[in-house]
Design a protein around this ligand. Sequence first.
Ligand SMILES: Cc1cc2nc3c(=O)[nH]c(=O)nc-3n(C[C@H](O)[C@H](O)[C@H](O)COP(=O)(O)O)c2cc1C
Length: 255
Amino acid sequence: MNLTLDDPLWKKSTSTVGLVVTTDGSRVNVLSAEWTYFVAKAPISVAVVLHESNWTTDRISDLSEFSVTLCSDTQAHLADFCGSFSGRDIPKTSSDDLSLREPVVISTPWVGDGVMALECVVAQRVELPHYTMVIGLVEHVHGDREFKAPLVKHDAMYSLGKAVPRNQVTVGAANVGAALRVFAVCAPDASRESVYEVALLGDSGEVLAKQSIAPNEYGDLDCFMPVPSDGRGPVRRVAVSRIGYDTGFATPQSD
Ligand SMILES: Cc1cc2nc3c(=O)[nH]c(=O)nc-3n(C[C@H](O)[C@H](O)[C@H](O)COP(=O)(O)O)c2cc1C
């Protein structure tokens, strides 16, 4: 498939727009970056991916720090504004809508009113065709105790929708010697008391063996079932059910 600029595949994904702040000591600038992602948990790290044409990309190559605010759903206008002009030409921080706050650890201010703001020290720069991915170690987090809903970029900008219902057991199965390893998940908020019902099925869907098995500490199923050796034929499918969920099926595979 030939992808062109008329076919922007990345717009089909989602992200929360980051407002990336840099300062060279005299001028503070803010850029919108929908390509802002957490990339490691310990130490907590965040990456922003910047096009070579942006002033921020030039500036950050000489800087050891930046801040990035993950926008809340009240900040779509700021995401548009900071992504529509270059700080080379105009001072974006002149807008009354941009609330710049004092940093705690670094010297770069951060934009307030987002879901969270991260004070970062540059850890790595990864050069990509036309882009630089700048990875920052998060040195300080500004977050409100009051929950703010994130701004969701998905071509247009959205607030969060309703949680997706998960009412299906999803199962896998592997032949392991004379046993079958059966593993399954369903929604994490399922009652911890309800067990998984595992059935091993033969050629015509007849039940060759069945067993009730308690979920593990994560609420998932991960068990070994002996393959029946009573001559009624091989196990063709595995069915796993749980009260309140649609039954899931798997076809056992060998390595
Ligand atoms: C919503 C939105 C998201 C954007 N995301 C990115 C991005 O992830 N990376 C990037 O390089 N440019 C992105 N841009 C474009 C830059 O923000 C834009 O070119 C900006 O004017 C550059 O500012 P600067 O020259 O002051 O650094 C985005 C623009 C908008 C409106």
